[in-house]
Write a protein that binds this ligand. Structure first.
Ligand SMILES: *Cc1c(COP(=O)(O)O)cnc(C)c1O
Length: 426
């Protein structure tokens, strides 16, 4: 383990969390496509059910294929443990329900993925959990937004579609001043570009569906815990009070393992959004090439951003790797390897209608609302993901009518640029 903790991300991506299968010596991580596991005898079964001894019980709560994925992502993020879910949204929901209940509050940045936005403004509200919002620019006044009901702070490491890089350390310091953990959705940079735990985050969540899986074939999500937040205080009764569904266990006494253990044996057990073993396998396959893909895609995105800047039919380009981007300097602090990821936005001269014409002339770029696939994809947010907003609200949300968002894949940069150029020139 200590040797593994020194491994660089490229090594962890292909070797982390798997030392071989004792029964078969399989090199590739086996797909343990099973629901149940045989107990040695009745007392073994009873010990597992009482959490006296670790071991496999039922795939809704744990599975050996998912376990490799969990260990590997935990190592990449620098956490003490992780728990996989059936999707990114299930992971975010679980991360919050493991801390907050009816009457509690969450403080969140306004710059959020659409599904997270509606979870926070609608579904959680219906369950009695109130989410208060605060913009990145209001960070200096954040202290006023906390109260005795606040249970966590939630941010994304990169805002979309603005592509502004979040000051994780600033948000973490504020959360800790008020005795609550910081949860960071790190889907966009992936742990290869950014490790929020190193900047003060307590919990990291991912949609594995995007870059970590990377091939657009499987949904998945994960929650990683840094293991250093002390939940065994009055503010967190889930961890400081005895749990009647586990014979009075006080979860906080599990210390660094408290958060992920409770997430597994309470939230996942009771809500059931477990990842399938086969999806966990596909996502492990993707994860093995994550560093290679992120490097290539970031380099292509940088190249396209520079070439689009020069194009006469393009009015502006938004890519944090360009030195004039408002987040470029912050990226140097938070992002590794001098890379800035594979999402870039640009504005088409002529506005909304011209942007739609350019979209419809694309041949190689796929029109898809998803991101993080090996295939390059384009979307016009104003007519799709942000369609319900007024033009003014679209501008405020960073999705004006002339904007085309690109998720850069692994095709040759020249092929990708030539297709954009023919579509722009019509
Ligand atoms: C896609 C996405 C999610 C949701 O993930 P699913 O796997 O689609 O449920 C959450 N956060 C961000 C930043 C995403 O891009």
């Amino acid at each position: 383990m200590s040797e593994q903790s020194r491994w660089r991300p490229e090594t962890v991506a292909v070797r982390g969390g798997y030392a071989g299968d004792n029964a078969t010596h399989s090199i590739s991580v086996p797909i343990y496509q099973t629901v149940g596991y045989q107990f040695d005898d009745t007392s073994h079964a009873a010990r597992l059910f009482n959490l006296d001894e670790p071991g496999n019980i039922y795939t809704r709560i744990m599975n050996p294929t998912a376990d490799v994925l969990e260990q590997r992502v935990a190592q990449l993020e620098g956490g003490v443990g992780a728990l996989a879910f059936s999707s990114g949204m299930a992971a975010i929901t679980g991360a919050i329900l493991n801390i907050a209940r009816s009457g509690d509050e969450i403080l969140s940045s306004t710059s959020l993925y659409g599904g997270t936005w509606t979870l926070f403004t609608s579904t959680l509200r219906d369950f009695g959990i109130t989410v208060r919002f605060i913009g990145d620019e209001e960070l200096p006044e954040i202290d006023r937004a906390f109260n005795e009901h606040t249970r966590a702070v939630f941010v994304e490491s990169v805002g979309n579609p603005r592509l502004d890089i979040t000051d994780i350390q600033g948000w973490a310091d504020a959360a800790h001043r008020h005795g609550v953990p910081l949860i960071v959705d790190n889907t966009f940079p992936t742990p290869y570009l950014e490790r929020p735990i190193e900047h003060g985050a307590d919990i990291v969540v991912h949609s594995l569906t995007k870059w970590i899986g990377g091939h657009g074939n499987s949904l998945g999500g994960i929650v990683v815990d840094a293991g250093r937040f002390d939940y065994q205080v009055e503010r967190f009764p889930y961890y400081s009070q005895p749990d009647s569904s586990y014979h009075g266990l006080v979860f906080g006494t599990l210390e660094a393992a408290a958060y992920i253990t409770r997430l597994r044996v309470k939230i996942l057990r009771d809500t059931g959004a477990a990842i399938s073993p086969t999806n966990a396998y596909y996502i492990i396959q993707g994860l093995e090439t994550l560093p290679l893909r992120v490097r290539q895609e970031s380099s292509t995105a940088q190249d396209l951003a520079e070439r689009l800047t020069e194009h006469p039919r393009v009015s502006w380009v938004n890519y944090p790797g360009l030195s004039n981007h408002p987040s470029h300097r912050r990226g140097q602090q938070y992002f590794s390897h001098g890379l800035y990821g594979s999402i870039l936005n640009f504005g088409v001269k002529g506005g909304h209608d011209q942007a739609l014409k350019v979209m419809d002339r694309l041949k190689l770029w796929l029109i898809v609302a998803n991101v993080g696939d090996v295939r390059s994809m384009a979307i016009h947010p104003a007519s799709t993901t942000h369609q319900q907003l007024s033009p003014k609200e679209q501008d405020l949300a960073g999705a004006p009518g002339d904007l085309i968002r690109l998720s850069v894949g692994l095709e040759h940069p020249d092929d990708l640029f030539e297709d954009l150029a023919q579509a722009l020139e019509g």
